[in-house]
Design a protein around this ligand. Structure first.
Ligand code: 5RP
Length: 259
């Protein structure tokens, strides 16, 4: 790994724990003003200090996040569809030059394995990997799952492994039973989990804890943080699980505290 690639990576993965708590707020690129992110800056800026990295689009970054932030940016580079249409029909919307201009520490796009536009989305990832390797920017591949796909270790292992083989330096996927198999399919490439739809806080903390214990290096969570009744408490609780290995009940107490 070249110096620039290593340096960018080290901004995302905490040097002491080797783990990562990423805050995902890129939902608007296909969902519009997602619940909790209507005023993205108002929601994100108070919880950002507790995260290690921010996953976001260039437009949201420029509109709502102060350029003085010290948080590394994982820039969403794909889009082109909306919730009103076929979700896998994505293109690359952002140039690598613009990613460099906003000082992105990593770039990301979704891959829809088994989806209608499977080949095109794998092509998007390949394009980003070629550009990322050229400029020393790690690529995070997101395994997006169409409604018709079963989120089990067999499917997610297949999707993640394809991303690794195409050259992703990091993979984001969903938690499932036998998650170790998904992690194993990725070899040395670090895996983080998405939070998915909002669920009860304790269940979300349990999911994060199980993922870490099964070998994930971290969590790239969105709705389960910013749609929580206590977003600061929730991100602090997830952080304690990721970086301090606290139990779910200890983490839940952190979530409940308002300090
Ligand atoms: C979709 C995405 C998201 O937009 C987002 O990052 C998901 O985060 P969460 O599921 O935790 O709300 O990657 O594939």
């Amino acid at each position: 790994m070249d110096w620039g690639m290593k340096n960018r990576f080290s901004r995302i993965l905490n040097s002491k724990t080797g783990r990562c708590l990423m805050l995902a707020v890129d939902h608007g690129y296909f969902q519009g003003p997602t619940t909790g992110l209507e005023n993205l800056g108002k929601m994100v800026n108070p919880i950002l200090p507790y995260s290690d990295a921010l996953m976001i689009t260039r437009g949201a970054l420029r509109t709502w996040i102060p350029a003085e932030t010290d948080k590394p940016v994982v820039l969403r580079m794909s889009g082109g569809q909306s919730i009103l249409k076929e979700l896998s029909n994505e293109i690359i919307t952002t140039s690598v030059q613009d990613a460099i201009r906003v000082n992105a520490s990593a770039i990301t796009c979704s891959v829809y394995v088994g989806g209608e536009y499977e080949k095109e989305t794998i092509g998007n990832l390949a394009h980003l990997v070629n550009e990322g390797e050229h400029y020393g920017i790690p690529v995070l591949a997101v395994t997006a799952v169409g409604k018709e796909m079963v989120r089990d270790a067999r499917y997610l292992g297949l999707a993640c492994r394809i991303c690794v083989e195409i050259g992703a330096r990091m993979v984001k996927t969903y938690y499932c039973e036998n998650f170790e198999k998904v992690v194993e399919a990725c070899g040395k490439v670090p895996v983080v989990i998405a939070g998915g739809k909002k669920i009860e806080e304790k269940a979300a903390l349990e999911m994060a804890s199980n993922a870490i214990r099964s070998g994930a290096v971290g969590v790239d969570m969105g709705r389960n943080v910013f749609q929580s009744e206590n977003p600061v408490g929730m991100i602090r609780a997830v952080r304690a699980i990721v970086h301090e290995n606290v139990s779910v009940s200890e983490a839940y107490k952190i979530y409940q505290s308002r300090s």
